[in-house]
Design a protein around this ligand. Structure first.
Ligand code: CP
Length: 309
């Protein structure tokens, strides 16, 4: 298995065996991610962190991961402070980062931007989310969270809830979970259904997802409830957003209809879709899930840089 120098644009860039290897490496990274052990395997390496769209978890966990591996980080979190403001193209910005660093992490509002970036860079490019497209490193940390909590990914009953149309995390995750033969149920407002293209990908892998608008029914025998935010910024029409926002709420009353060991995940940020009262219950996995971004991204950075623990 060779990861050195590879771009990570879509979860589909990896075979199931490669995903399993990344998850194994991520487990080894946990004590380093927590600061209980130290390593300098990427000492002297520089990561460009180019965020053309807001982020808390993805940016900070990538930067934490690089620092924990002994490397350094350059970049920006707001393109308004860059020469994009003067009209510079994405391609030219990427050319510059390519010459200043050993690996590029890019988040961009346009679908396909990360793949375009990879064409203009010799160093590896990691997609940190491209519009409503894909978010492969989030997908890997989601798989890692399910594996860690449920001891296996296979055969779990998983409900994906919320904005399944524009939600890039659920697009990547539905595909990847299908590699493991899980049972998938999609719950969303009618206008935010999972795209046909993603459903067909699941079917090609032998998984027949169910769709329903009844959340209570869907969670009654589920192992995992994966909640997503209705993303205001992706709606072409504000009125349509207002029609669907707040349609589903996860609270302690709802969870009375679920199994005692159901875990609630969310890529975050959340707004109103999970009530804070859930945070104190054993179901709430979303903050641990967000932490898992550090060991998973440490594993990816070390694998593509050829660094070994
Ligand atoms: N999960 C996720 O992508 O969060 P951020 O937008 O804060 O990076």
């Amino acid at each position: 298995m060779n990861f050195k120098g590879r771009d990570i644009i879509s979860i589909k860039d990896f075979s199931k065996a490669e995903i399993n290897h990344i998850l194994e490496c991520s487990k080894k990274m946990v004590p380093y991610a927590k600061g209980e052990k130290y390593t300098n395997i990427l000492k002297g390496r520089v990561l460009s962190s180019l965020f053309f769209e807001p982020s808390t978890r993805t940016r900070l966990s990538f930067e934490s991961a690089m620092n924990r591996l002994g490397g350094r980080v350059i970049g920006f979190s707001d393109p308004s402070g860059t020469s994009q403001k003067k009209g510079e193209s994405l391609a030219d910005t990427i050319r510059m980062a390519d010459s200043y660093s050993d690996v590029i992490v890019v988040r961009h509002p346009q679908e396909g931007a990360a793949r375009l970036a990879a064409e203009f860079a010799d160093v590896p490019v990691l997609n940190a989310g491209d519009g409503a497209g894909r978010h492969p490193t989030q997908c890997l940390l989601d798989l890692f969270t399910i594996l860690t909590e449920k001891k296996k990914i296979e055969k779990n009953k998983i409900v994906l809830l919320g904005d399944l149309k524009y939600g890039r995390t659920v697009h990547s995750l539905a595909y990847a979970l299908s590699l493991y033969g899980v049972e998938l149920t999609f719950v969303s407002p009618g206008s935010l259904k999972m795209p046909k293209e993603v459903i067909n990908e699941c079917k090609e892998l032998g998984v027949e997802p169910r769709s329903t608008s009844s959340l209570e029914k869907a969670i009654s025998d589920a192992d995992v409830l994966y909640v997503t935010r209705i993303q205001k910024e992706r709606f072409p029409d504000a009125e349509e957003y207002n029609r669907v926002v707040g349609i589903y709420k996860v609270d302690n009353d709802l969870l009375k209809h679920a199994r005692k060991d159901i875990i609630v995940m969310h890529p975050l940020p959340r707004v109103t879709e999970i009530k804070p009262e859930v945070d104190k219950t054993p179901h709430a996995l979303y903050f641990k899930q967000a932490f898992n971004g550090v060991p998973v991204r440490m594993a990816l950075l070390s694998l593509i840089s050829g660094g070994r623990l």
